[in-house]
Write a protein that binds this ligand. Structure first.
Ligand code: UFG
Length: 344
């Protein structure tokens, strides 16, 4: 069977994708420097799949270490590149760290892939590249204009996409699939793996579940004076397991379909926009837990509303994010209760 290298495979999306790959029969080697994840995630993956993936504690920016991994696993046929720093606020504080980590690791990875004649890469990008699309471009499809990034993190995603395009132009053997994620949420239904935010969560759903678990006194809703039906921001929340499955489809397409473009881009979302206040209500309805929240001022740099037009991924990848939001929210709550040892 084919082996896939998953960089950042002990992280949130990487671990869920590793599970789906293994369940589809792929062999997986994870490389991760554990800078923002735990080695225990491997046990979670094993609990679900019955098998531990191969693992190397390697920083993707280290050419020699990465080269060794490719030597050790000559059966690697494709790479899914998740490994990156991902906190928007931190990237504003530490731009050099973000440029070094996120750009250096991709460049090194592409160099090592070329050396070992591995020509397939799936890259984790973000809907952040679209900024705030104008009304004519909502929902956003892949042809919407790329806008100037609002943070160094967002800029690294844009530059990474350009690096891939430039290298694909120079090396006609290289094939890339760029996946632009909307807002991934939830946890594996087994609660064996899930999101483990570092410190105070910046993203909405981990803040919601931590508040529900009593770790935070209240959720702050950043603004209710936006030009949206209820005044709060709108996002496209996609179940992390659905998102993981899209990666398996993308890899399958790369390995089997000849007549595809050298660089393909897909928006991965549900196609449905949900406001912050709607999400809170949906969480309360699904779990029966009352969520204390206050409305505060807008968060700097927030986009008012963005949701995906996922038609291209639906059609070309034969994939759809169709898990009901209630099940997604319950999975997140089950995970939070598990890690906080809260009894039902
Ligand atoms: N929000 C709150 N309170 C919180 C946290 C978030 O009201 O405590 C709101 C935000 O204002 C926003 C929505 O919830 O309206 C979603 O916020 P997230 O931080 O969860 O997600 P973002 O859409 O802001 O950011 C996500 C990813 C980034 C990526 C960006 C692209 O976290 O990595 O999408 O738009 F760059």
């Amino acid at each position: 069977m084919s082996r896939i290298l998953v960089t950042g495979g002990t992280g949130y999306i990487g671990s869920h994708t590793t599970v789906e790959l293994m369940q589809e029969g792929y062999d997986v080697t994870i490389v991760d420097n554990l800078s923002n994840s735990s080695i225990d995630v491997l046990d979670g993956i094993e609990a679900i799949t019955g098998k531990k993936p191969e693992f190397a504690n390697v920083d993707c920016g280290n050419f020699m270490d990465l080269d060794n991994v490719f030597r050790q696993y000559p059966d690697i046929v494709g790479v899914i590149h998740f490994a990156a720093s991902k906190a928007v606020g931190e990237s504003v504080e530490k731009p050099l760290m973000y440029y070094r980590n996120n750009l250096g690791s991709l460049v090194t990875l592409l160099e090592v892939m070329k050396l070992h004649q591995v020509h397939n890469i799936v890259f984790s990008s973000s809907c952040t590249v679209y900024g705030q699309p104008d009304k004519d471009h909502l929902p956003v499809d892949e042809t919407a204009p790329i806008q100037k990034a609002l943070s160094p993190y967002g800029n690294t995603k844009q530059i990474n996409e350009e690096i891939i395009r430039d290298e694909a132009h120079a090396d006609k053997q290289l094939h890339a699939t760029i996946l632009r994620y909307f807002n991934p949420i939830g946890a594996h239904p087994s609660a064996a793996i899930g999101e483990l935010p570092n410190g105070v969560p910046q993203n909405l759903l981990p803040y919601v579940t931590q508040t529900a678990a009593g770790l935070r006194p209240e959720l702050r809703v950043f603004g209710n004076d936006y030009n949206t039906p209820d005044g709060s921001c709108i996002r496209d929340y996609i179940y992390v397991v659905d998102l993981a499955k899209a990666h398996v489809k993308a890899i399958g397409r790369m390995l089997t379909v000849e007549d595809r473009e050298q660089v393909e881009v897909f928006n991965l979302g549900t196609g449905k926009g949900v406001s912050v206040l709607e999400l809170i209500r949906a969480f309360e309805a699904a779990t029966g837990v009352k969520l204390p929240y206050v409305i505060v001022g807008r968060r700097e740099g927030d986009i008012e509303q963005v949701w995906a037009k996922p038609d291209k991924a639906n059609k070309v990848l034969g994939w759809k994010a169709d898990t009901p939001i209630r099940d997604v929210l319950l999975s997140a709550w089950k995970w939070e209760k598990k890690i906080r040892k809260i009894e039902d």
